[in-house]
Design a protein around this ligand. Sequence first.
Ligand code: NAD
Length: 345
Amino acid sequence: MKKHNVGIIGYGWAATAHIEAINSTRQAQVTAIYSSRPLDSADLSARHGGSIKAYQDVDAMLADPDIHVVDITSYPSQHRNQAVAAANAKKHIILEKPMANSLQEVREIAAAASANGVKGCVCFECRFSGQFQSTKALIDEGVLGELHYGEVDYYHGIGPWYGQFRWNIGKKDGGSALLTAGCHALDALLMVMGGEVDTVTSFSTRSKSEIFAPYEYDTSSVTLVKFKNGSVGKTAAIVDCLQPYYFHTHLVGSQGSLLDNKFHSSKLKTNKAAWSQLSMKMLDSGDVSDHPYATQFQAFFDALDEGRDMPLTSFTESLRSFEVIFASDRSAEQGGRPVSISEMR
Ligand SMILES: NC(=O)c1ccc[n+]([C@@H]2O[C@H](COP(=O)([O-])OP(=O)(O)OC[C@H]3O[C@@H](n4cnc5c(N)ncnc54)[C@H](O)[C@@H]3O)[C@@H](O)[C@H]2O)c1
């Protein structure tokens, strides 16, 4: 048996990818699953390997002293109560995005974890993708010089062909174009640009296609970000497009530019008239089985073993991203009024 036993809350699509990723880490295995549906322990164990106990009572699972970590992959409107209960039960927490659907709830989760001395991992797994690890390394090496402009955009049509459409269309669980999925792009923008955000200005709209008519909220938004160091950025969050999945990145610095997997660097004396190519695993799919959860969860368990917060996606770091996300949604709701982050604190 490995060191950390993990109990899953919510057995849906994301959970299946999480279980495989957790079991692939050096230190952890899934030993329990809570679902509102009756599930069979023998069946779960046969499907995922190891010995998995099915729970239909979340409090009973949280009371089990043999569970050390809880992984929350339920509907977003359930995240706050389940995460706070898990923290109070002294379990470390893996939490799917969005952390919750209000900033108040996100803060309550972070506060409960801190008060109980447990660690958190938010599924902003794009930060651990080959694409963004390489992009960040390039920036840190000074290949692009100092960045003064960045765009990271999320284009992924979430229509009836996508499993979570049934609940994603509702304001209660879907929230906004940013909360439901575009948050990955805004979070990635914050990672690569570094620096603190001063103000955001956001506008939202929606497709005229009947396909996306069931949505209770605007499914396209564009957010302009002004950083305290003077640099600026942009994130489009488009979940009502009809096109292939596209996670678009364009960064501009004092020594060159990066466009997705292409770059030019005057520091490296490459030819400015043609892009140079980078070989890296791109974020090019909305399928959870392609997401870099395994790398992220390995980093989480390594950090747990060393008694420190995980890099890049701890509750504290992700809370900062959610402040910007909720400020952006406030701006869009108010017709594009610039909203400063200090106003959210
Ligand atoms: N980080 C990412 O890239 C990513 C990708 C996909 C989903 N997610 C997140 O993961 C969470 C779950 O999303 P999902 O796509 O797994 O949704 P899902 O609809 O497959 O599952 C969501 C919840 O519904 C429950 N559920 C599913 N089918 C059910 C049924 N027949 N009866 C009763 N309950 C049922 C699941 O147990 C789970 O609690 C959300 O917070 C979502 O935003 C994140």
